[in-house]
Design a protein around this ligand. Structure first.
Ligand SMILES: [Cu+2]
Length: 314
């Protein structure tokens, strides 16, 4: 389970799996076909403009052929071809599929797994970790406004509508990492609502999941211990859960393993040294409107301890 690199690429033209590749080839057919038809229509238009005066020959044939028969044939062929290429396994998950729940919030993603050992729920934020070569069924929902799940390399895009659960099957062929983004305007920080996908080998995924299933790491050293106490005295637990420490907070991301996250704030800050303190003290400068208050007047010693504690939660 090597450390994943920060995913940058976000392109439908680099599909990560079979279903996505089908959508990409369909896109190419549409783009090239539309370009050819556009060129032909412009050519005809030029011809009509140049040949001023007089009726062109066989007007009815052009109108009926170009206006009715041609679009009917092209659209019917496209419909049949795209239906034939839509995988039949979209409706029912194949046996052995991994089930992952994703809830879109303003403006971050909550991602839930079941621990196969204990059956308990494992919750993380803004990252979707997958085993390569295994089908994954996503259950998608939203408690607030309409968001849209879109990781271009995985193909497909699915609206996340309040009060409804939608499903999407995804599968990647190889380990790697890709970037996704909320694709339905959802308010002030819609642009900072990124989702990163990381795929492992099957064994690497099992190791990752087992590590995520563990409760928060016990503090090692006085600074980190003070940081854990500050997490409680500063009432961070009103909104955040750290499994094994405080488990009631549900308004913000689960922080049990926040130290292992690639980014903070849904792609806003790379999770480098210093990022935790900056996020906590200056939340509203870093991500204005985010539903977490800044702690700008926290005393520096407490902030340092708190940041050390959060970084320690690998
Ligand atoms: Cu959104």
């Amino acid at each position: 389970m090597s450390a994943p690199s920060l995913p940058q690429l976000q392109s439908v033209f680099m599909p990560a799996g079979e279903a996505a590749a089908r959508i990409t080839s369909l896109s190419w057919v549409l783009i090239i076909g539309a370009a050819l038809i556009f060129t032909a229509v412009m050519g005809l238009l030029g011809w009509a403009i140049c040949a001023q005066g007089g009726r062109p020959p066989r007007v009815r044939l052009w109108i009926a052929g170009g206006g009715v028969v041609f679009p009917l044939v092209v659209l019917a062929a496209l419909l049949a071809w795209s239906m034939a290429r839509t995988p039949g396994w979209m409706e029912r998950p194949p046996p052995g599929a991994l089930i992952v729940g994703i809830t879109a919030h303003m403006w971050w993603w909550e991602v839930r797994y079941r621990d196969p050992a204990s059956g308990r729920e494992i919750t993380l934020a803004n990252e979707l970790h997958l085993p390569a070569g295994r089908p994954v069924r996503l259950g998608l929902s939203s408690p607030d406004v309409i968001h849209s799940f879109w990781v271009p390399a995985l193909g497909g895009k699915m609206d996340m509508v309040p009060g409804r659960i939608s499903h999407l099957m995804v599968q990647v062929d190889q380990p790697g990492s890709w970037r996704g983004q909320c694709a339905e305007y959802c308010g002030e920080q819609h642009a900072r609502m990124a989702l990163n996908v990381v795929a492992y080998t099957p064994a690497g995924f099992d190791a990752w999941l087992a590590a995520q299933a563990l409760p928060a790491a016990a503090p090692s050293g006085a600074l980190v211990e003070r940081g854990r106490d500050a997490f409680l005295t500063q009432r961070c637990n009103a909104c955040h859960t750290v499994r094994g420490v405080a488990e009631e907070g549900r308004l913000g991301p689960d922080l049990t393993h926040v130290g292992s996250r690639l980014y903070l704030g849904a792609g806003t800050l790379p999770n480098q040294p210093g990022a935790m303190a900056r996020w906590v003290a200056h939340t509203q400068d870093v991500k204005p409107g985010a539903r977490m208050p800044s702690s700008a007047d926290m005393d520096p010693a407490t902030l340092e301890a708190l940041a050390a504690y959060l970084e320690h939660l690998k």
